[in-house]
Ligand binder design. Structure first.
Ligand SMILES: Cc1cc2nc3c(=O)[nH]c(=O)nc-3n(C[C@H](O)[C@H](O)[C@H](O)COP(=O)(O)O)c2cc1C
Length: 284
């Protein structure tokens, strides 16, 4: 059975169809009880219609300032404390899964990093999500044209149009055993009993789909490593880290035991290359 982590994908074409008020309330209620890395960090949520989106937020959202047009936006505000960005990534991904479960489409939107990390102790906008109901492509001819033009001669095995959800790194390039870069076989990975958690983590959203996550499984410890990247910034990597941690925790907690992530590198070494750092770890 497909899980919510498999089903979630970024949608960028929205219809004007409104979301029922009760459903909007359900999302707000869910936010109050959803999973968090650090419950002591104060966070707030606002769901607003497109027309009500404040100009200063409109100006700082989206790749290169290009904000996806959607009928609604979720704004997540946070106080600035250690790991507040990862915490919002974690909360935001939990909300994205809830939206997926409610058949509501969504897309995480980046924010100008300097605005999120600016000095001061006020609550700051830390997460932005576009939501609504996505366009469904009904006309077979239109669908066929997309396949033919994009993927060759009507190959119906081609990825679904409208998402790059299928494009992910090989899991074996993402999960290492004992030390950074030490790869395993599929059988070895499966034998750990954690492969579904890693698969779910790998399905998380990441800015420009850069998938900055690497995992080191060392006995009873999983360390999450973030690979820095010239195309994305640290804010985006921290959000993606939180999202992947949430997916891993949801799947492993459902199937085996409760996962509790600790932020930071502890005193692990693991031969981490210069362009990467350990962001969090958990006991498994
Ligand atoms: C921190 C972050 C910022 C993102 N910013 C944008 C954005 O500004 N515009 C956009 O269209 N998609 C944005 N995305 C969505 C990613 O492009 C998307 O997650 C990635 O391409 C993988 O596709 P999927 O979500 O369908 O699996 C962002 C995702 C993350 C995690």
């Amino acid at each position: 059975m497909l899980t919510l982590t498999d089903l979630r994908k970024s949608v960028r074409n929205f219809t004007d169809k409104p979301i029922d008020e009760n459903k909007l309330q359900e999302i707000t209620d869910y936010f109050k009880k959803c999973r968090r890395i650090d419950k002591s960090i104060k966070t707030e949520i606002m769901i607003i219609k497109k027309s009500g989106l404040p100009k200063d937020i409109k100006e700082i959202g989206g790749y290169n300032g290009f904000l996806i047009e959607a009928p609604y936006y979720i704004l997540i505000f946070s106080e600035k404390k250690p790991y507040f960005i990862e915490n919002v990534g974690y909360i935001g991904e939990d909300i994205l899964l809830k939206l997926t479960d409610m058949d509501i489409d969504s897309c995480w939107m980046t924010l100008k990093e300097e605005k999120v990390v600016e000095e001061g102790d006020k609550m700051r906008i830390t997460g932005l999500i576009a939501l609504g109901y996505g366009e469904r492509i009904k006309k077979i001819s239109k669908l066929k044209n997309m396949f033919i033009s994009k993927y060759g001669n009507g190959d119906l095995e081609a990825p679904k149009p409208g998402t790059d959800n299928e494009i992910r790194m090989d899991i074996l390039d993402m999960v290492f055993m004992g030390d950074y870069g030490k790869t395993a076989s599929y059988d070895e990975l499966t034998a750990t009993g954690l492969s579904e958690g890693f698969y779910a983590a790998r399905r998380a959203p990441s800015a420009l789909n850069r998938q900055p996550w690497r995992f080191i499984l060392d006995g009873g410890t999983v360390a999450l490593v973030i690979k820095k990247d010239e195309y994305t910034n640290i804010y985006e990597a921290q959000i993606a880290a939180g999202a992947a941690m949430l997916n891993f925790a949801v799947v492993i907690s459902e199937r085996i035991f409760d996962v509790k992530w600790e932020m930071g590198a502890a005193d692990f070494k693991y031969n981490i290359p210069d362009d990467s750092f350990i962001i969090a770890h958990c006991r498994v």
